[in-house]
Design a protein around this ligand. Sequence first.
Ligand SMILES: *Cc1c(COP(=O)(O)O)cnc(C)c1O
Length: 364
Amino acid sequence: MGTLDRNCRALTARLKPGTHIIASIKADAYGHGVVPIAERLAASGVFALATGDFDEAVAVRRAGIAGKILMFGGNLPDAMGDLLEHDLIPTIYNMAAAEAVSKAAAKPTAVYIKVDCGLGRLGILADDAVPFILAVSRLPNVVVEGVYTHVPFGDRAGAAWSQGGLRRFDSIIAALAKQGLNVPITQARASAGALMGLEDSCNAVCAGHVLYGLSPMVAGEATMDGFEPILRSVQSRLIHVGRHPAGRDVAIGGLYGLNTAKVTGVIAMGVTNGLRMPARGQRASVLLRGRRVPVISVSLEHTTLDLTGFEDATVGELVTAVGRDGAERISIEEFAGWQERSPLEAIMTLSKRLPFRYRADSAG
Ligand SMILES: *Cc1c(COP(=O)(O)O)cnc(C)c1O
């Protein structure tokens, strides 16, 4: 996972010196496996980790990671005691949750407040934010350590909208300071905001996509210079080579009544592992011996390949569905594309359904 470290450095290079990085590890670290990723990010010195999933946050704690873990939200007021018990930082956007923290806290306890600057998902509405944050800051044992917002976008039009949200956020932070509340951590930009160089007066960013080498933008809207996918390869092995004589009725993938001889290969990876049939009209391939091999069919536990030209293929040979083999390479974008998924979705469907191996040294 040298790549993850390099992506952290590439993000740092785009930020004002001293800007804190809060690393988003939500959704099982975007499908890459939350505990190993959290360990590596903690070692690379990020300011905090952030997730919305309580069980995953607890798994990270159980793995011995002691740093700050921010909970993005989605917790009912009743859950606040559980969060504090595991030393997880609650995100607050209503008074009931703030009061629950105050009640459950035995000592001064950090919370972050989320402001809705236009996304319309979680958060206290921007118009109500200043009095709300001041009121929360006055509750016993509640310390407003951070205030943040989330205004993600995927294209240039979205960037202009997002910049407006950041200005609104800055004005809230300034109004709080005027009232005597200086918030230690302020954060408003995620991957897209950092990538596109949007401006704010915050001292932190909260990024996920770019750390994993995934673009948060629709294709062609931003370059990912300096960032590389941390998912290096998805591989399997031939578990069978089928040699079908001419005229034999081969049904897989609808190849009925073949007149020519056909060699097929099967790999031990199918729908159950997160693959799916190539979308109509999409050509799917994998790599064998550094060359492209067409996918005939994806079934529940197996994928069948057309090994024409590889008549001497043998059981046990390595097959690459994503990654490099010799001079050929299949990108995660190509792999996701033939399944009509986004790269992130494709990775998330693989997660927990394939054994992952982490390499500390991965390069090139
Ligand atoms: C997911 C998330 C982020 C990170 O977004 P990326 O686009 O992956 O960088 C930041 N803030 C909040 C509140 C989020 O939910």
